[in-house]
Design a protein around this ligand. Structure first.
Ligand code: ATP
Ligand code: MG
Length: 597
């Protein structure tokens, strides 16, 4: 259990990458009109905000100074009006931006999920589940922050900053110039802070990914952890990661704790300069008192967006990194594609032929070598062989989970590569060694959401495999809840649910990767009967671990180190005294054949 695979490739990305931004914008394009509206509102509300201090200045200089109470009243009304408009503008703008963001992220999530569903098995071999989950959830969430945390408001912030400077210069250029003396200091402080925090943030993100992966793995494997009494060791490792994460947070907190008061002080210095210099000017009569008040208000408005900018910058950066990862996933191509004009069939008969087939999961590491095999329509075939010999791999090729490199596999005489994966899998049911059930009821798991299968058919399938008779019986019948991954059912019951599922789907071809786990004799008999029912009238390939199954098939295919060594019936192969004979001696001989019921 090493951690290295969980290190998220979290290099220090650019905070702004126009290429990525362009692609991201594709997702908000459908909402262009709304964005334009939001931006228009943003500009209006910013302008209104900038008007505030000017009105105060007017109030002081034009009305209060000359004692015009009526005028002051009118101005107050105007001010109230502006505030009201500003309220609605801000409301509209926040609402629109959030709404657009959620819509766009909804679309993107759908797209990523659909894409992931279409990827071939080799992708899933290479990528841990946790990483794929992160893409669909937290990566997209951090993109969403672009909208929700108001990073889009950066435009508004910049607008405010330049607007303030502009207005100040218009009102009193000399005072404006003096006010901005402290600005370089602020710029230096912001840059320093940004560099430090950027690094800390990257580390924090890396550690959070590591923590997530760690928790996920050890919660999934909790039974192993508890069984082997590993809690303390695992807890200590968790503690290490957690402590490191806290340490990083601690560092970033220090930077924040220094940065914010620094900005406060710089802003206070600026204010001091305004009062000192501007106050002097007022005393000398070179400037109005209103101007002084307006300036000091602008100063306050000036520093807030600057302080926010550095935080938004971080969000922008992590959103860029996330979008890069999401797009990388979207750019992952399936290892092979559906042909442009796939074979159309009304229904397969179920004849399978391997001709000189070679196959490797990883380049040049041949797992299947020169496979030749003919399975006739309706024939029942058992694959036997030592563990790792390549039995499952052969069925993986038939199901088109992987692409074969050499030779040809045909289905009803037509090349497998010319079919569309969906057609193939609709006609083939796979009953797996470790049965995967989804949370829900037994009926849900048999039907798998297929509306064409009626409750009656589900019931019949369950009865045909004797599912409800097993053990103490399932008290709530088909409505029994199976729990996550079917954890609330016994191994035998889970097997039978997957048998019933296959039966209800009524495929032309059945592939059964038989469970190696042993079950009690009664269950064994029920499973054996269910297997017989399942094989009836269809081409069946069974990766057999039970002697009882092997005895039922038409022919046995012996796989050894990726090659087919022997083909024949049980008796023929025993007489041959070859690999099957040895296998039989080692593996099957001691199995008792249960009496048929
Ligand atoms: N997804 C994969 N990626 C890379 N190699 C794989 C993959 N799956 C299987 N292999 C390798 O291919 C070989 C054949 O595996 P396969 O699963 O076909 O064996 P098997 O005969 O079904 O064994 P078992 O009886 O244990 O199920 C093994 O050496 C295995 O390590
Ligand atoms: Mg296998």
């Amino acid at each position: 259990m090493s951690d290295h695979q969980y290190f998220e490739d979290d290099a220090l990305g650019k905070a702004y990458d126009s290429q990525l931004m362009k692609r991201l914008l594709q997702y908000v394009k459908p909402y262009k009109k709304w964005i334009v509206l939001a931006l228009a509102i943003l500009i209006i509300s910013t302008l209104l905000r900038l008007a505030g201090p000017v009105i105060i200045k007017l109030a002081i200089d034009e009305y209060i100074a000359v004692g015009d109470a009526d005028g002051l009243g009118r101005l107050a009304l105007l001010y109230a009006g502006i505030l009201l408009v500003q309220f609605f503008a801000t409301w509209g703008q926040i609402y629109l931006m959030e709404w657009i963001g959620q819509k766009a992220m909804y679309d993107l999530r759908m797209k990523v999920f659909r894409h992931v569903q279409g990827l071939t098995m080799d992708f899933y071999d290479r990528n841990p589940v946790g990483r794929i989950i992160t893409r669909v959830t937290s990566d997209i969430n951090s993109l969403n922050e672009l909208f929700s945390s108001g990073v889009v408001n950066i435009i508004g912030d910049l607008f405010t900053i330049f607007g303030i400077v502009g207005v100040m210069f218009v009102i009193n250029s000399k005072l404006a110039a003096i006010t901005l003396i402290a600005l370089p200091l602020l710029i230096v402080a912001t840059i320093l802070f940004r560099i430090k925090v950027r690094h800390a943030y990257r580390e924090i993100r890396r550690l959070i990914a590591k923590l997530n992966a760690f928790v996920q793995e050890h919660v999934s494997g909790i039974s192993v952890v508890q069984n082997f009494v590993q809690e303390r060791r695992i807890f200590n490792r968790f503690n290490d990661i957690n402590r490191e994460l806290m340490g990083r947070h601690h560092k970033s907190i220090i930077y924040y704790a220094v940065f914010f008061p620094t900005v406060e002080i710089i802003s206070a210095i600026s204010l001091g300069i305004i009062i000192w210099y501007g106050g002097g000017q007022v005393i000398q009569g070179a400037m109005t008192f209103g101007t002084l008040v307006a300036f000091s208000q602008y100063m306050e408005m000036f520093y807030r967006p600057i302080r926010d900018l550095s935080e938004k910058y971080n969000i922008l950066q992590s959103a860029m990194a996330s979008s890069e990862r999401v797009f990388k996933l979207l750019d992952t191509k399936p290892a092979f594609k559906t042909p442009a004009k796939p074979v159309i069939t009304d229904g397969l008969k179920g004849e399978i032929k391997f001709k000189d087939v070679w196959f490797a999961y990883n380049k040049d590491e041949w797992v299947l070598k020169d496979i030749n095999l003919h399975i006739r329509t309706g024939e029942k075939v058992a694959f036997v062989g030592a563990t790792g010999s390549g039995k499952t791999s052969m069925t993986n090729l038939i199901l088109r989970f992987y692409d074969y490199q050499k030779g040809s596999i045909t289905l009803d005489g037509k090349e497998l590569k010319d079919f569309d994966g969906e057609t193939i899998r609709k006609n083939i049911s796979l009953v797996l060694q470790d049965v995967f059930l989804f949370s829900g009821t037994i009926e849900d798991n048999i039907r798998l959401g297929n509306g064409d299968i009626s409750r009656e058919q589900v019931k019949k399938a369950a009865e045909d495999v004797n599912l409800l008779r097993l053990g103490n019986g399932l008290k709530r019948g088909l409505d029994t809840n199976v729990g996550e991954r079917g954890g609330m059912l016994s191994v035998g019951q889970r097997q039978l649910v997957s048998f019933a599922r296959a039966l209800a789907y009524n495929p032309r071809i059945l592939i059964l990767d038989e469970a190696t786990s042993s079950v009690d004799t009664e269950t064994e008999v029920i499973i054996q009967k269910a297997t017989e029912t399942l094989m009836k009238g269809r081409t069946s390939i069974i990766i057999a671990h039970r002697l009882s199954t092997i005895k039922q098939v038409d022919k046995i295919v012996v796989v050894h180190k990726g090659r087919i060594c022997e083909i024949g019936s049980h008796d023929e192969l025993l007489a041959k005294k070859g690999i099957y004979y040895n296998l039989y001696q080692l593996q099957y001989k001691d199995q008792e054949l249960p009496a048929a019921v």
